[in-house]
Design a protein around this ligand. Structure first.
Ligand SMILES: NC(=O)c1ccc[n+]([C@@H]2O[C@H](COP(=O)([O-])OP(=O)(O)OC[C@H]3O[C@@H](n4cnc5c(N)ncnc54)[C@H](OP(=O)(O)O)[C@@H]3O)[C@@H](O)[C@H]2O)c1
Length: 266
């Protein structure tokens, strides 16, 4: 059987196992997992009784044709070097690593290679996975991988040159927005009698509702600001302050992320 192998049972590896099996896109006998530590392999076996667990990366590579590298960028090339000698050459390597290029991957494995950038929000079936296929990847394997990731959210095909910016939005985005929600809630709690818990609950609900509103109406964010910010009113005072400072803050944050993107794993 053509099994899907996942190397690395961390945040992404465990999310993919849960997502692929819960969605039913894969059966329990179609997935093989390994991870560096015994604890992670045991945790996977306990969470999904009957799942294939490989003791080593090489064992997994011998058993699977599609191999998802869910290790950190700085570990990807070492893992690839370890498994290439036991591979036939017709496998499909799927790397989740931000910052490791197709050319770098193909330099070690000159076969079918795809870069996939998932997002933690796939845990709840939402958000967009970015997919960028290498030149050697055939249509059948490409659509198999796209189908797998479609089972846990949206899939967007992107060119490799678009990947850094798209990653910031779709994959770093939940972390950025979570930090903003926390700051907004903390600031209102500091300035009032509202408890932090209640402030966080309101800020989270409002963020979800605002995204739902924008998605459903298709309205531009600036137009929504205009609907909410009554002239001379409360929102206007806050938006004015944000617009004075936020462009510079966001430019700095994006520049820092792009700089790190180029260096990660090197
Ligand atoms: N987190 C995100 O939201 C996100 C989004 C998009 C892309 N990514 C990418 O996804 C990849 C994984 O990120 P993550 O957040 O899941 O990292 P993580 O939680 O640190 O998980 C990495 C896992 O790799 C395992 N590992 C390390 N070295 C290994 C080796 N030599 N052989 C086998 N397993 C090994 C570790 O195993 P043990 O636990 O067994 O020690 C760990 O569980 C990264 O390349 C990252 O750039 C992450």
């Amino acid at each position: 059987m053509d099994c899907i192998g996942i190397i690395g049972y961390g945040h992404m590896g465990s999310m993919l196992v849960d997502g692929f099996l819960s969605s039913g896109v894969l059966g329990i006998d179609e997935v093989v997992v390994t991870s560096r530590s015994r604890e992670s392999r045991d945790a996977c076996a306990a969470a999904w009784p009957g799942i294939g667990i490989a003791g080593t990366n090489s064992e997994l590579a011998r058993r699977c044709r599609t191999i998802i590298l869910a290790v950190r960028p700085q570990e990807v090339m070492e893992v690839l070097r370890e498994i290439v000698p036991v591979m036939d050459g017709d496998e499909h390597i799927v790397s989740l690593a931000a910052g490791i290029s197709l050319a770098e991957l193909e330099g070690l494995f000159p076969g079918q290679v795809t870069r996939v950038i998932p997002t933690i929000t796939s845990t709840v079936g939402q958000g967009t996975t970015l997919v960028c296929h290498g030149r050697q990847t055939g249509m059948q394997d490409a659509s198999r991988v796209e189908g797998l990731f479609s089972s846990i959210g949206n899939v967007m095909l992107v060119g490799e040159e678009e990947l850094p910016a798209a990653t910031i939005l779709s994959s770093c985005g939940p972390g950025l927005l979570a930090a903003i929600i926390e700051e907004l809630a903390d600031a209102t709690a500091r300035a009032s009698g509202l408890t932090t818990d209640r402030a966080l609950s309101l800020a989270t609900e409002t963020t979800a509702a605002t995204a739902a509103y924008l998605r459903k109406t298709g309205e531009a964010p600036g137009d929504l600001v205009g609907r909410v910010a009554t002239g001379g009113g409360v929102t206007e005072a806050g938006v004015k302050r944000l617009r004075e400072r936020l462009p510079g803050v966001f430019d700095e944050a994006v520049a820092a992320m792009l700089e790190r993107y180029g260096a990660v794993g090197k």
